[in-house]
Design a protein around this ligand. Sequence first.
Ligand SMILES: C[S@@+](CC[C@H](N)C(=O)[O-])C[C@H]1O[C@@H](n2cnc3c(N)ncnc32)[C@H](O)[C@@H]1O
Length: 207
Amino acid sequence: MAVDDRTLASVAAYDEHAVAYHASLRLRRPVADVRRFADMAKRHDLVLDGGCGPATDLRLLRDAGVHPVGVDLALGALQQARMLLPRHPLVQAPLQDLPFRERSFGGLWLSGAFTNLPRADWQSTFASLLRLVATGPVYLSCYRGNRDMAAVNDDVVGPIHISEAVETEVEALFASHGLTDVSVEVRPDPILDRRRPWVVALGRYGG
Ligand SMILES: C[S@@+](CC[C@H](N)C(=O)[O-])C[C@H]1O[C@@H](n2cnc3c(N)ncnc32)[C@H](O)[C@@H]1O
């Protein structure tokens, strides 16, 4: 699947502003979600952190007892991640076409990972990522709403394109792949609070 030009332009923004992006979110991570996710995984399992950015959650996942592999297209984000995690598996590749064997992961962590993808690509990208998972927890968070690649000027990274979903759509996405023990919640944004709600979903794949 070709990567949309607006996605690539957004990735370039995360690339350029990786340090500022990391600084803005470093202390505002979903720590309780990381723990719930890790509790559902097998200890020491490899889990895939898709769209990992500048290692916003990689360290938390590692500290919670799983082995995350970080993937992002933004080289600047991965370079920032590399400084924080000198010996960590980090891969520059598009979420839509990852260079891993099927069923090689024990969990999938997608924090804001689909934000810069056209809504029409969410289902197929989710399906291709799930093929990499044998069995384990799946986490997905996204902005709540129905915008589709809307041009916005993000306070930290500047002009990007963002897509959103509502909780029924995320529930349907999880249900269409047979995920079980699914919880879907609406949460305030860690920076903008209720001005920008998020949908946060956790479920179990396979097994
Ligand atoms: C909203 S940020 C989320 C970053 C991090 N997971 C977090 O929670 O802060 C989206 C990240 O996904 C990356 N990204 C966007 N589209 C991508 C794609 N098609 N393939 C790989 N990475 C992508 C961006 O470079 C960016 O780092």
